[in-house]
Ligand binder design. Structure first.
Ligand code: ADP
Ligand code: MG
Length: 558
């Protein structure tokens, strides 16, 4: 174990919990975790106030896991969350953190699913119940004793629960749990309604508030890009095509993420390396040296591993994963703009992290402007510019040094110098797309600015512009054509031209053989010629679009 994993180890948690947390890639506790865990372990009631994305789940889940008695197969901890989606997230987190604690059972209880199995799971020995208040009250009406063994009560996102009108349900639940319990309340804000709940139902609570001090940042141009979590790597790759940087540091949250991004960058030919707490100290120093002297241009690091990293060459900081708090953001981006030089900082923001972005802007008193992904034309221009720059010093002396060779090659190959140049270019650029059409086809489409994620609170899908088209009846089919379906859709970052490109390339069809392509959120339909369909589908068997298997199948509407 490296010294950084001591961060969790130092918290006095059961080693099996620490091991599971380390295995998920966390290197050190976030501020709210650092402060809450000892308080909860010591048995105090607590009020924790921190923004979304600061790691509140582990802040209560780890000490709660630590305190339950695995040998007792009865509900011991009750976690209340505002929505079904959040309840499921919390339940999954508990399962992850309990991976190395055999005998721990977690049940999620929420509306919209049958009650019987939920009640059975509770009675069959789940020690941890994660529930939405409404559904839990339904259960209490069937069995008022169901919570009588609960010792730990956690209210997660208490402000949201009140906004959703769960006040009365909460009162019913408080009354159903023995008063000797320990109660912990987490909330992003503490309106008076929450304070009054705390006064009535918490005993002498300790307060933990993650302070946000004003910070100053200078000489750094800051921007952000809205992106979905699964589109971060393609987004970074695309941005880097047009971004002129000297050295760049990319921050992510976990060890695995350092490896994933570093290897994606290497695969694109960047001199990149990962820097995380698993890497031995002397190796880490070598990585930093390499970044200093230009053997590396990009380092993908966790906060811990980047500690003390000071490399004047750094012109760019990419916050690929959101920092836990504005201080950490300011600290990260301070890696650039050293010695009065200009620096650029980019922050990737997923839809649920918008509030953290606002907080960062408030705390730093600066606007973090919205960036857009460069389009195909910009990517193409950048590629050609790079090519020109790299060729410029060579062409100056080329004629003199290779004149004879050229004559011989064109003669031997029986081709024109132009054809030869074109072949050499293709070889030198490794087949990179260098026409607008081909760049358009290869672009991994990263939806920006148009969130398609479920909104965290309402559990509803936010409508995309094409949302209502989704309900329209399919168009009539062209003659001799059949409709095929793939489970890839807009939410996978797919656009019609990606499908078209893939089918044209891999299927070897003529453009006019392909009919209408309709891309929906969660699937797409393509009209293909009925004749030879089987052969075509088998040719496309292993085709991938935007990194995912196309798996095109005939679609029967009846
Ligand atoms: P909150 O409840 O405060 O909004 P979450 O508990 O959902 O935040 O955590 C946000 C994200 O951060 C999750 O993806 C979680 O896995 C990750 N995370 C939490 N704590 C750590 C940590 N100590 N190190 C790395 N990642 C963490
Ligand atoms: Mg949370």
């Amino acid at each position: 174990m490296t010294q950084e994993t001591g961060g969790f180890a130092a918290l006095d948690l059961n080693p099996n919990i620490v091991a599971a947390v380390v295995a998920t890639g966390y290197e050190e506790p976030s501020a709210i975790q650092q402060q809450s865990i000892p308080i909860i372990l010591a048995g105090h009631d607590m009020i924790g106030q921190a923004q979304t994305g600061t790691g509140k789940t582990a802040a209560f889940a780890l000490p709660v896991l630590n305190r339950i008695d695995v040998s007792k197969r009865e509900p011991q901890a009750l976690i209340l969350a505002p929505t079904r989606e959040l309840a499921l997230q919390v339940a999954t987190a508990f399962e992850t953190y309990a991976k190395q604690m055999p005998g721990v059972n977690v049940v999620a209880v929420y509306g919209g699913a049958p009650m019987g199995p939920q009640l059975k799971a509770i009675r069959n020995g789940a020690q941890i119940v994660v529930a939405t208040p409404g559904r839990l009250c339904d259960h209490l009406r069937r069995d008022e004793k169901v919570l009588s063994t609960v010792k730990f009560l956690v209210l997660d996102e208490a402000d949201e629960m009140l906004k959703l009108g769960f006040m009365d349900d909460l009162e019913v639940i408080f009354a159903a749990i023995p008063e000797t319990r320990q109660t912990v309340l987490f909330s992003a804000t503490l309106p008076s309604s929450i304070r009054s709940i705390a006064e009535r139902h918490l005993r002498d609570p300790k307060h933990v508030k993650i302070q946000t001090k004003t910070q100053t940042v200078t000489a750094i141009e800051q921007s952000h890009l809205m992106v979905h979590a699964d589109q971060k790597i393609p987004a970074v790759l695309r941005l880097l095509e047009v971004e002129e940087f000297d050295a760049l540091i990319a921050f992510v949250r976990t060890k695995q993420a350092t490896l994933d991004l570093a290897s994606a960058l290497e695969a694109k030919g960047y001199k990149a390396a990962a820097l995380n707490g698993d890497i031995a100290q002397n190796q880490r120093e070598r990585v930093i040296e390499s970044l200093k002297d230009g053997r590396l241009d990009i380092v993908v690091a966790t906060d811990v591993a980047a500690r003390g990293l000071d490399v004047p060459r750094i012109t760019h900081v990419f916050n690929v994963d959101m920092p836990y708090d504005p201080e950490s953001y300011v600290h990260r981006i301070g890696r650039t703009g050293r010695a009065g030089r200009e620096g650029r900082a980019l922050l990737l923001v997923t839809p649920r992290e918008r509030r953290m972005l606002q907080l960062i802007e408030r705390v730093t008193g600066q606007k973090v402007t919205e960036a857009r992904l460069p389009g195909p034309q910009a990517v193409l221009d950048a590629r050609i510019k790079k090519l020109t720059t790299s060729l410029a010093p060579l062409v100056a002396e080329a004629e003199a040094s290779h004149g004879e060779l050229l004559d011989r090659l064109t003669a031997d190959l029986g081709c024109s110098p132009r054809a030869l140049a074109s072949a050499l270019l293709r070889k030198a650029t490794n087949g990179q797309a260098l026409s607008l059409e081909s760049v358009e086809r290869e672009q991994p489409l990263v939806p920006t600015g148009a969130p398609r994620e479920r909104t965290e609170r309402s559990g509803e899908r936010s409508e995309r512009s094409g949302g209502d088209r989704e309900r329209r009846a399919p168009m009539p089919l062209g003659e001799g054509r059949v409709r095929c379906r793939t489970a890839l859709g807009a939410r996978d970052g797919i656009a019609a031209k990606n499908l078209l490109g893939a089918i044209l390339n891999e299927g070897g069809l003529a453009r006019d053989a392909i009919g209408r392509i309709q891309v929906r959120d969660s699937f797409s339909l393509v009209e293909l010629p009925e004749e030879g369909l089987e052969r075509l589908l088998s040719k496309l068997k292993d085709t991938r679009v935007a990194g995912k298997q196309l798996k095109l199948r005939r679609y029967r509407e009846d």
